[in-house]
Design a protein around this ligand. Structure first.
Ligand SMILES: Cc1cc2nc3c(=O)[nH]c(=O)nc-3n(C[C@H](O)[C@H](O)[C@H](O)COP(=O)(O)OP(=O)(O)OC[C@H]3O[C@@H](n4cnc5c(N)ncnc54)[C@H](O)[C@@H]3O)c2cc1C
Length: 485
């Protein structure tokens, strides 16, 4: 089968030149929409430069083309249950469509990122993680098998536990193309709930794990077999805490199991809440918390009595707003408030870009530390920004120790100082046993690429280049993503 038609119309291409990071300067010579494995293989075989994309919800510029052909995976559909706990899904299936297809069977796919429009292929390529990582881990834990098209157009069918590395080298048998020897990086991955920063490493790495988190640079993911679970009965609860310390104490108790089956605790810092208008609170049906207070949004599965007792013990039960299982309207209201935080900050950045300087851009971290160091990390983020005179806001996935410290730039100088601050924070976060690249990947973002180099050193990046060279010697796939040539 030949390659599908490549769309060369500038108006069509224009719709694919930007991802959610809104980095300017995207360009491509065409866009194509293969609808099966053979078509993907033909596109990759015949094109010298290919960027595979999903929903382009990347926050790191990884899905922004820099020349060549954009390979949209949106026509790679198909969802089928292949076992009571396994679903096969095409790379182009959105998280929302997957959950919708699973719901009538009483099933659920847990590691869904906050943005439900993301595709199966994109979430695997970035090892995405959602709020519920605390209970369920990131995407990596849920992938049983992958179908991947390599840079020469050959098709790999990889099942977990079938191809594992021996003494740091993976030998991957490619049908009709012999064996590829892939020397693996030697770094130790940080011991935290999520990490999406460069290629996975371990002397006995599973080949499936090499492609998870490889951000389009090693192969095009066409299809995956994912593990699913019985759909949990989830209650949502939103409540204010008088201080960060109180929020940490409550989250600590919930993490230790005192509140029953808690899947996620989301945090909105006082600085972040200060940027919301009254309307956002009104829509959620709550009043604006007192100055200095923070908000927690908790997902509890199953019985909620133990959780209620924790809230009572900490004297926050009365101020708690609850959405019981099945009350999708109330749940949507509470989630909306959580999402209003990044939306408000992004709007501020966009405003400064229009009014002050078009070079101003989002300047934000995606840091994770072991939970025991969460207090230290909050102090670190705020003091590092404050020392540089930067306005800031912090929110994120509290139960994982994963927060998004954001600069709110008023000028281009703030952006420059913010990038310096993020590099300093990244260094300190590694010192706390964490990772400065938790869930959004590295992409083409210069600060994130610098954080990766800071973490693993020049030799670490060189080792990743050797992996790339073994599987994509011509640097055909997503060149410049994760590291430069
Ligand atoms: C509002 C919002 C909330 C978000 N919340 C979260 C969150 O909670 N957790 C989280 O982890 N992320 C989050 N993200 C980031 C983003 O949604 C994730 O990174 C997501 O996994 C990207 O999926 P995508 O389909 O949009 O991939 P894209 O953005 O299109 O691509 C991302 C990268 O993967 C590569 N890629 C895409 N598809 C394939 C494929 N089939 N084969 C090989 N490579 C491929 C691309 O080349 C690119 O490098 C959020 C983004 C937004 C806009």
């Amino acid at each position: 089968m030949g390659a599908p038609r490549v769309e060369r119309d500038a108006d069509v291409i224009a719709g694919f030149l930007e991802d959610a990071a809104h980095v300017p300067g995207g360009h491509a010579s065409g866009v194509t929409f293969p609808s099966n494995i053979a078509e993907v293989a033909a596109v990759v075989r015949e094109s010298p430069l290919v960027l595979p994309i999903g929903a382009q919800s990347s926050l790191t510029g990884g899905a922004t083309p820099r020349g060549g052909i954009v390979l949209s995976t949106r026509a790679l559909g198909g969802i089928s249950l292949v076992a009571p706990d396994l679903v096969r899904a095409g790379a182009g299936v959105t998280m929302a469509a997957l959950q919708q297809a699973l719901a009538p069977h009483g099933l659920y796919y847990p590691p869904v990122p906050t943005y439900e429009g993301a595709f199966v292929g994109g979430t695997i390529a970035t090892n995405a993680a959602g709020a519920a990582t605390f209970k369920y881990g990131s995407t990596r834990r849920w992938v049983e098998a992958l179908t991947v098209v390599l840079a020469d157009g050959s098709v790999l069918e990889l099942r977990r536990r079938e191809t594992t590395a021996h003494q740091g080298t993976l030998e991957i048998e490619v049908p009709h193309a012999g064996v590829r020897r892939v020397p693996l990086p030697t770094h130790t991955m940080p011991n935290v709930a999520k990490h999406s920063g460069g290629y996975a490493a371990s002397p006995t790495l599973d080949a499936v794990d090499l492609f998870i988190g490889s951000e389009g640079t090693l192969g095009v993911i066409v299809e995956a077999v994912l593990r699913v679970i019985p759909r949990p009965q989830t209650t949502l609860a939103l409540f204010p805490c008088a201080s960060d310390d109180e929020a940490i104490a409550i989250t600590g108790a919930l993490r230790e199991g005192h509140g029953g089956e808690v899947a996620a605790v989301e945090y909105m810092g006082a600085d972040a809440l200060g940027h919301l208008d009254d309307q956002a609170f009104h829509k959620a049906g709550i009043s604006r918390p007192r100055d200095g207070s923070v908000l927690l949004l908790v997902q509890v599965e199953g019985a909620i009595d133990p959780f209620t007792r924790v809230l009572e013990r900490h004297r926050v039960a009365e101020a708690t707003n609850v959405a019981l299982p099945g009350d999708t309207r109330s749940a949507a209201r509470l989630f909306e408030l959580r999402e209003a935080v990044p939306a408000a900050i992004n709007a501020r950045v966009a405003n400064a870009k229009v009014r002050v300087d078009p070079s101003i851009e989002k300047t934000a971290g995606d840091m994770i530390v072991p939970f025991a160091r969460l207090r230290d990390s909050l102090t670190l983020y705020r003091e590092t920004f404050a020392a540089r005179g930067l306005d800031h806001a912090v929110w994120g996935h509290f139960s994982d120790g994963n927060l998004h410290p954001n600069v709110i730039p008023r000028s281009m100088e703030d952006v420059v100082r913010g990038r310096e601050a993020l590099l300093a924070i990244g260094r300190a976060v590694v010192g706390l046993g964490g990772s400065p690249l938790a869930e959004h990947g590295v992409g083409r973002n210069a600060v994130k690429q610098a954080l990766l180099r800071q973490m693993y050193g020049d030799e670490g990046i060189e080792q990743m280049r050797r992996v790339k060279h073994a599987l994509d010697p011509d640097w055909k796939l997503a060149p410049g993503v994760i590291f430069t040539r």
